[in-house]
Design a protein around this ligand. Structure first.
Ligand code: ZN
Ligand code: ZN
Length: 535
């Protein structure tokens, strides 16, 4: 439903105001104890997302957990890379599974899960008003079969997870519209290996948060360029090596201009060096060159980092083509959202971890093509108006996987919201311990490691695929010496944290918001000073 239509509902805001804390005082996070504030702007924004059920608008209460804790919970419900071999509980066929083998629920291969060989409504529960909702949901979740790994319209992508419209890919995660890609999170890309959010690119290797690259290697935050090696924040450039912050250049090394011949000669020497050494050279060089406070292009009224072509967003990261949102990361073409991570084509989303083409989705994870759903997990295929459901496809008016009539549904859901307001559950994402994934396999472990000191290198042996070897040979790349997991960790660690720090521009002294840590030793410039320096 669009905002305009939503505004037609002038009905009074129902639900027990006395249970809802409307103060703007600093609050103590229920999970970590840190004090945090909720701004007036945030409250106003949340109000526009209040869901409408049967003509009544429902309050989304102020969060009782700080932003980090809220994100940590959502990240704990996302496992991109931790996969094991399992057996489909129906066919016995070997499948790759994102769930551990000792999961309480049966694991189904995508082929069975999507079929009519089973009925998720067979597991339905009556709502019990004498018990908390989460407890009942957990009971349901532990019985309903889960899809081993989410594949939506894919071909030859059996070892991928959470991908849609992809062909011939291997170990890629959260990707859409890719072909012949391996390891990482490419989008709309072909022949990319080891990527972390690389979009519209081809023949790239070890690139991070970049777009429209062709034959680029070890690049971060680069755009619209060709044949870059070990570059950071380089745009519209060709044939550059170890460069930072360049625009419209060719044949540069360490930001210095060379002739074509000199460039080729020097680069062929440099390429002999160990890649880890070159990466260190890039990081050291970066500290001698001013960097932009946050990265992003073609934004309007956006406070974010790694955000492009977006409008009216605050506190968002690594996202594109988004409008009207707050506190989010890794979104594509999404509007009207708050506290959301990982997804494409969404509208009116609140507290979501992982979505695809959802419209009106609240407190849910891993749902696709759903409308007006609440507290659902892994539902899809035009499921709408459901509450607390697991693994549903093409269903409407279900609660805890039990089918109701529209009238019954519209009568029961308000009662459940009221009940959950009393139990303190309404307005919160699922508790972390209800995640079907072990914490150390979840994305949460990358950003909020429970044992940050345990950072020994992964030493497991690993294999290379034939096409991978071909790729390395084609571009004369050294074969990787690190395990794919270790390579992934290195890419993740290249990113700044997903939070803002106050810092003075190292040129003009203006106070600004940046994702560079206060202890970052290089020069960080405000956007204005940076543009003067660059162009
Ligand atoms: Zn907290
Ligand atoms: Zn400045």
């Amino acid at each position: 439903m669009h905002l305009k239509e939503r505004k037609k509902f002038t009905v009074k805001i129902v639900i027990l105001r006395k249970f809802i804390d409307v103060s703007n005082m600093a609050k103590k996070c229920e999970q970590c104890g840190v004090e945090f504030e909720i701004s007036e702007e945030e409250n106003k924004f949340r109000e526009r997302l209040f869901p409408v059920i049967a003509g009544q608008k429902y309050v989304l209460p102020e969060p009782v957990e700080c932003r980090d804790c809220r994100r940590q919970k959502r990240f704990a419900f996302r496992n991109e890379r931790g996969m094991t071999m399992a057996k489909c509980a129906v066919t016995g066929k070997s499948v790759i599974s994102v769930f551990p083998l000792d999961s309480p629920f049966p694991i189904y291969s995508p082929e069975i899960w999507y079929s009519d060989k089973w009925n998720p409504l067979d597991y339905g529960l009556d709502f019990d008003f004498s018990r908390p909702f989460f407890e009942q949901f957990k009971e349901l979740q532990s019985k309903v079969p889960h899809i081993s790994n989410i594949l939506v319209r894919t071909e030859n992508c059996d070892f991928c997870n959470t991908v849609g419209d992809c062909r011939n890919c291997y170990l890629i995660y959260g990707s859409v519209n890719c072909e012949d890609c391996q390891y990482g999170n490419p989008y709309d890309s072909k022949n990319c290996i080891d990527s972390l959010v690389v979009r519209n690119s081809q023949f790239c290797y070890e690139c991070v948060d970049s777009e429209k690259l062709y034959e680029c290697f070890f690049c971060q935050n680069c755009n619209n360029s060709r044949n870059l090696w070990f570059c950071f924040d380089v745009e519209n450039c060709d044939d550059c090596f170890l460069c930072v912050g360049l625009r419209h250049k060719k044949n540069c090394i360490l930001n210095k201009q060379y002739s074509r011949e000199e460039y080729d000669e020097k680069v062929s020497e440099l390429k002999k060096k160990d890649y880890e050494e070159l990466l260190t050279m890039l990081q050291n060089f970066k500290k001698t060159v001013p960097v932009k406070t946050v990265l992003g292009i073609a934004n309007e009224n956006v406070i974010g980092d790694g955000v492009n072509n977006s409008k009216n967003c605050k506190n968002i990261f690594y996202s594109q083509n988004c409008e009207d949102g707050m506190y989010a990361s890794q979104l594509l073409k999404t509007n009207n959202f708050m506290d959301c991570d990982f997804g494409e084509n969404g509208d009116f989303l609140y507290e979501i971890s992982g979505f695809y083409a959802d419209n009106g989705s609240y407190f849910s994870h891993w749902c696709f093509e759903c409308n007006n759903i609440f507290y659902c997990s892994m539902c899809g295929g035009n499921t709408s108006d459901c509450f607390g459901c697991v693994s549903l496809l093409h269903k409407q008016y279900c609660i805890l996987n039990k089918q109701y009539s529209r009238e019954e549904y519209e009568k029961l859901v308000p009662k459940i919201i009221e009940h959950m307001t009393r139990t303190g559950e309404w307005g919160k994402f699922f508790p972390m311990n209800m995640s079907p994934f072990p914490y150390d396999k979840s994305v949460a472990n990358d950003c909020f490691p429970l044992n940050p000191t345990e950072s020994g290198k992964i030493d497991k042996p690993f294999r290379m695929t034939n096409s991978e070897i071909e790729f390395y040979k084609k571009y004369n790349l050294h074969f990787p010496v690190l395990h794919p997991d270790e390579r992934y960790k290195m890419r993740i660690n290249l990113r700044n944290p997903m939070k803002f720090f106050d810092r003075k521009c190292d040129k003009c002294g203006l106070m600004m918001k940046t994702t560079y840590l206060p202890e970052y030793a290089g020069k960080v410039y405000c956007e204005k000073c940076y543009l003067k320096e660059i162009y």
